[in-house]
Design a protein around this ligand. Structure first.
Ligand SMILES: *Cc1c(COP(=O)(O)O)cnc(C)c1O
Length: 388
């Protein structure tokens, strides 16, 4: 049996796959088992922030793997401490809890929000308002948090205590909030929901409103974080200060990590035995993340992310088949004039461009170090594909 046949026989069909088995990669380029070359503007859904197998990242990760690959969380870890210090210093936050995925980071934030409220106000103040069309993960609780009916099937009973409000509608938020509300949780750009960029005024009002009522604001930066929008975290584009930030996807540069980062007033909410995970803060993974953060914060790097995003947007808008582009940094949603985006994406893959979709948009989340020449090539392949 070949890779595809074995996959179909032995792996549960939780994903509809493109007809490609990737084998190796370097930079923005990946190769399949037949040696065919692909330009990858999806970076494994925003994970490979430095592309495939960046030399420095490989060195950092392999050096740590050869030194000490895992220890339990009962011991101090240099890599984890360094990473936590960087994350706090760079965000102006106070403390970090590490996990292994975006969903887990969100679970941690939800637990902190509920416990903060329980400790301060007693039981019953535990509802969390999330936005319609959001995506927060695949665990039973983060599915509950996800404000899309399609995710609320089969797995009943779901976790209680989530209330959904229309995005960009402040009065809808006011209506959803009650004296039972302990937090509002949102993505500033809804990624899976179709690259919906929240209005700055709405976000400002939401933060002010919540602050007055001691309602915590959790910003899910799993997709928007780690340089994706041209700032280290998307909240910086809005001039607001979240109580909790969650990060995952791009943080490890390709290794599984989740981080829940909290402000000063939440720093002591979690105590021994209130939360944990065996693999959380793994030193190899943290070594990768430390390297990623060093690159992202190097002189001029994030400014280039926004400049290249603007460059890409302009190129895309020149294409006849492109109706509109929604973008911040290198988080890019492409509205087409016609055609089924899944079919277009599959054709792009056939033509050597790895691209993804979000709702009725094509979506690009290229590695952040992509060059303008590579962006040109991606746009050219897309254009050829759209011309059919
Ligand atoms: C991908 C994603 C998640 C879930 O992350 P996993 O690592 O797949 O658990 C949560 N929130 C947002 C905004 C995401 O894009």
């Amino acid at each position: 049996m070949n890779t595809k046949e074995k996959d179909l026989k032995y792996i549960m069909h939780t994903y509809g796959r493109y007809d490609v088995a990737l084998k190796s990669g370097k930079g923005v380029v990946a190769y399949d088992e037949d040696g065919k070359r692909y330009l990858d503007v999806s970076s494994g859904i925003g994970v490979n922030s430095l592309g495939y197998c960046d030399d420095g990242w490989v060195k950092a990760v392999t050096a740590q793997a050869a030194r000490l690959q895992h220890m339990s969380n009962y011991f101090y870890s240099e890599q984890a401490s360094n990473l936590a210090e960087k994350l706090c210093t760079l965000t102006g936050m106070a403390k970090v809890c590490f996990g292994n995925s975006g969903a887990e980071a969100n679970e941690c934030a939800i637990k902190i929000a509920r416990k903060y409220s329980f400790d301060k106000y007693g039981s019953g103040r535990n509802e969390i308002v999330t936005l319609k069309n959001s995506f927060h993960g695949r665990t039973v609780t983060t599915l509950s948090a996800t404000g899309q009916e399609v995710f609320h099937n089969f797995f009943f009973p779901f976790t209680e205590g989530f209330v959904y409000a229309e995005a960009n509608d402040f009065s809808a938020l006011e209506k959803a909030v009650s004296d039972k509300t302990c937090a509002v949780m949102l993505e500033l750009i809804q990624g899976e929901g179709g690259v919906n960029i929240l209005d700055a005024d709405y976000v400002k009002s939401l933060f002010e409103f919540c602050k007055e009522k001691d309602i915590l604001v959790i910003v899910d930066e799993v997709q928007t974080g780690c340089g994706r929008t041209g700032k280290l975290f998307a909240f910086e584009n809005y001039g607001v200060k979240p109580d909790l930030i969650t990060a995952a996807k791009g943080l490890g540069g390709g290794l599984p990590i989740g981080a829940c980062i909290c402000s000063e007033k939440l720093g002591e909410v979690m105590q021994p035995s209130t939360h944990g995970t065996t693999f959380g803060a793994n030193p190899v993974v943290c070594a990768g993340a430390n390297y990623v953060l060093d690159v992202l914060t190097s002189e001029g790097f994030l400014d280039e992310v926004e400049a290249k995003g603007k460059y890409l947007e302009n190129k895309l808008l020149e294409l006849e088949g492109v109706k509109n582009v929604r973008r911040m940094g290198l988080m890019v949603g492409i509205e087409l004039c016609e055609g089924d985006v899944h079919e277009v994406a599959a054709s792009c893959v056939k033509n050597g461009l790895l691209i993804i979709t979000a709702k009725n948009l094509l979506r690009m989340l290229p590695p952040l170090m992509i060059s303008r020449e590579e962006l040109d090539e991606a746009v050219a392949i897309l254009n050829t594909t759209l011309e059919g």
